[in-house]
Each structure stands twice: as C-alpha cells, then as structure tokens.
Design a protein around this ligand. Structure first.
Ligand code: AHR
Length: 492
C-alpha cells in the first residue's frame, strides 16, 4: 500500500502546551503506596519516595500530575494528608473500598512532584464537601498571608507556598457512582461559587470544571451546556475523560478509537463556543483532557475489600494497546489549539505505563514508549498534516484512514517530527513524506515500535516490546501495524 503525507510550513495548528503530556496519580490501588511511596524500598529517599520510579517519571518528562483523584477525591478530607504523620487518621475509602492510611498527602506529594521535575494539578472535593474546604485547601497550599491555613502550612514545615497553578473543581460529578453525585444545576452553582472564592484567594490559578465522565453519558452536552452557563466567567478549562478498550477483540475497530476521541474533542470545543457566543464573552474556554488511556484488561478482577493498597486496575498492556495510545497522542497533538492539558491516566501501577513490584523492580509497559517519544520529541508547533491514503470501515465509522499521524515543528532545533501509525494489519505502507517550505529536509532519526504479535506484553522479567532504531538510508516503508517516529532536519 502507498500513502502520502504533506506538511506545509504555513499550515499550523497551534503551539503545543507542554501540559499536553501530563499524567495522573490517584490514591488508588498501588499507585501511591508501593508505587510512588515505599519507605522500605532499597531505592527510597529521605521521604520514602521510590527513586527508581522517580527516574522513570523523569524519563517520561511529565510536566504536570493530577492529584489526588479521580473518584477518590470526592470523599477526601485534604487535611488528613497534612501535618504529623503519626497522627493522621486511617479511613474507609469508599470510592475503591480500601483503607487509606494518609501517610501521603499534599504535604508529601508536592515534594514528590518537585523531585520528579513535575508540578501538581490539584483536585478539590466537591462531592462530600464544598466551597469552604476548597478555599481552605487553596489557602494552605498557595497563600503567603498571616492567616490560619497559611500558618498551618508553615507550622507543618513548609515556609514557602506550594504554588499550585491548576485546580480541578471536583471529579466526574455527573456520574451516579461518584460520592456526592450532583445534577448539572447543583454542580454548576457549586462550582461557580467555589471558583469565585478560589480566584479571590489566588487570581493566578487556573480552574478546570467537570465535563461529562465520558461521551456516552446520557447527559453529555446538556451537562456541559448547564455547567458552562453557570461557571463560564470563572473557569479556564472544562474536563474530558475517556478510556478505550478492545473487549470484543475487534482490533481494526479498536485501532480507530482515536477518531472517536477526535470527535469528542471537537464536540466539546463547539459546546464551549456556543456558551461563549451566548454570553458574548471574549474569553475562550479550552479543554483539559485530564483522564485518557486504554482501560479494560483488569475489569472484573476480584479484589477483597478494605485492604491497604491492593493491586487494583493493574492492566497489563499489549502491543496493540501501544498502537492505540500512539494514535490517541497524535489526536491530542492535532487538537493542540483547544486541548491545552491532557493527563495520561494513570502513571504508576493503576492503568499505568510504569509498574513496580513491592520491594522489587520497576518496569515499563508497552504504552510507556509512545508516551515517552511524544513527550520528549513532540514539543513545539503542531502542524496540520495532509494525508492521502486508503481507508477501511468499522461498525461505527465508515472511513478509517490506514494512516494516523501528527507532525510537530521545533523552530529552535530546526526539526519536523512525524508520528505515524500504520493501522493496517496486513500491509506495509510505502510512505511519501513531503515537507513544503522548510528548505532542504533530511531524515535524521527513525524509531519504530513493532511486534509480530499484537498481544505481546512486557513484564518485569521480559521486555518483549522495545523501540527499534531504523536505518535512515532505507526507504520509508512503515511495517504493518507499526508506530513510527521520523525526525527530519530542516533548513528553516
Ligand atoms: O482513573 C480511574 C478512574 O476513572 C478515576 O478515578 C475516575 O475519575 C474515572 O472514572
């Protein structure tokens, strides 16, 4: 099969916000306890953080990490995770039905994020709690005043404010499973009042209102319209969440899920703009795709209730999941004009690219690699690729192009990086890649992710899926079902 991709220097989508390569860590399963924090681990530092995990997070180059949930946040008392650790309460955690020891809270996590070269994106509890607790939490984290919560932070050993810039106004409040689930009216009013108070305390913060939990929710769009109607003046982003899976083992259809993500993004952006027009506002509300990933392998696993840090949501990802994650990353880059924040959900152990053994090794799942390359080589200006290729159809989409791609121009480095997935399960693709108005272009690096076996997985013992450096002098033939990154040096 043949395909042509044209990238013209004049066709730009947008500068990519580095927070497009964010991630998420929830108090869930072994994400915090056993993942981030394990004081007895041989690599643990002075605060009990696993050094081997921090190294992997740094390698992924994750600029922002959403915390502490997720569903967890909707029943969370942020104060439980502050001050003297020996006095912190153990609680029944109702979202995931575990025991929360509170040995890690915002006091520790902000320091972990700093050590991992990242920043915290903090969520407040608008489920069982409300505006008062949210504003107190913000005062604790960011205020420099001589006032109760800022002084409590100082008393707990933190003279300097944490300076947390992005705040989520609750989590998935449209979902009946959520503690303190609300109607759009109830949530819209609460989010508006909370946002108003938070921006009074710290006008420099950015706020994310909850959009729908996923696009199949019956209330999708009406929820967004109502919530935006109430909150438009005070918020900066609306959230999108989506997880994808291949439970029917229909791989051609699974590989097309990025097209569903694309249409979800465009729909929510349009809804934001409808409200903007209705309000005659000059402000554009952008999108925070703050939970996205593949999640289905671990569904149905039986885990006994009320344990501390059980192995929940430990999806083991295979090679085709890697291809899907690659396609989803390209879709986020291709929507960089509206998606300013995105969080791969999650980062360690629970639906994560990084896995650990308690007391033992750290290892990389298949999906680690497309994220690593996008985050490290996908910064700059997202360009609009024009793609000519054949397509196929699946049950819900008539035309799925065999090629999924995105292109990023780095002006300083004078490179154009092409991320491209060949969705065909049978055919290699002979690629004709044309760079227009960049002067002479020369391929300088070609990395390929490929496995004959779509179901191949990595484990702590065997890394069966790892990157291959391809010969740059060879013709650019993209293997069947492969992910590729091609870096071109350009003149201008
Ligand atoms: O990431 C796992 C869960 O998925 C989160 O807690 C929740 O927000 C979503 O439903």
């Amino acid at each position: 099969m043949k395909a042509k991709i044209i990238v013209n220097k004049n066709f730009r989508i947008s500068e990519i916000d580095k927070r497009l390569y964010g991630s998420f860590i929830e108090h869930l399963g072994r994400a915090i306890y056993g993942g981030v924090y394990e004081p007895k681990h041989p690599t643990a530092d002075d605060m009990g953080f696993r050094g081997d995990v921090i190294e992997q997070v740094k390698t992924l180059n994750v600029p922002v990490v959403r915390y502490p949930g997720g569903n967890f946040v909707s029943g969370y008392n942020w104060e439980d995770g502050t001050g003297d650790k020996s006095k912190r309460p153990r609680r029944m955690e109702l979202a995931w039905k575990t025991v929360e020891t509170n040995q890690v809270g915002i006091d520790e996590f902000q320091e972990w994020a700093r050590r991992a070269d990242s920043e915290v994106m903090m969520a407040v509890n608008l489920g069982t709690r409300g505006a008062d607790e949210a504003r107190n939490c913000l005062e604790y984290c960011n205020a420099v005043t001589d006032t109760y919560y800022a002084n409590l932070r100082r008393k707990n050993g933190f003279e300097e404010p944490f300076g947390i810039k992005i705040w989520c106004l609750g989590n998935e409040m449209d979902g009946p499973w959520q503690m303190g689930h609300k109607t759009a009216e109830e949530y819209g009013r609460l989010a508006c009042e909370t946002a108003k108070m938070m921006k009074t305390i710290d006008p420099s913060i950015e706020l994310v209102a909850c959009g729908s939990s996923y696009p199949e929710m019956a209330t999708f769009i009406d929820w967004e319209l109502t919530v935006l109607d109430h909150t438009y003046k005070y918020i900066d982003y609306i959230s999108l969440h989506s997880y994808y899976g291949n439970k029917d083992n229909d791989t051609p259809s699974y590989l097309a899920r990025s097209m569903v993500m694309d249409s979800f993004i465009k729909t929510v952006a349009s809804v934001c703009d409808v409200v903007k027009a209705k309000k005659k506002s000059k402000k554009t509300v952008n999108l925070s795709f703050d939970e996205w990933n593949v999640w289905f392998h671990s569904n149905g696993a039986k885990i006994e209730k009320w344990q501390i840090a059980p192995p929940q949501l430990e999806d083991i990802y295979n090679f085709e999941d890697l291809l899907v994650v690659g396609c989803l990353l390209s879709t986020l880059q291709n929507n960089a004009d509206r998606v300013k924040i995105a969080c791969l959900a999650q980062l360690v152990n629970a639906i994560a690219p990084i896995m650990t053994e308690n007391g033992g090794r750290v290892w990389r799942q298949t999906i680690f690699y497309p994220f690593y390359y996008a985050s490290n080589f996908g910064r700059g200006i997202a360009m609009k690729p024009l793609v000519e290729c054949e397509s196929y159809s699946v049950k819900d989409i008539d035309e799925v192009p065999y090629v999924e791609c995105s292109a990023v121009y780095d002006k300083e480095k004078k490179t154009v990086t092409l991320f491209v997935v060949n969705r065909s399960l049978e055919d290699d693709i002979e690629l004709d890649f044309v760079l227009e108005n960049f002067g002479n272009a020369r391929l300088s690096k070609w990395v390929e992710l490929y496995s004959d076996d779509l179901k191949a997985v990595n484990t702590a013992d065997t890394e069966s899926v790892t990157p291959n450096e391809r010969d740059i002098s060879a013709p650019t033939v993209l293997k069947k079902h492969s992910w590729n990154m091609l870096i071109y040096n350009v003149e201008e």
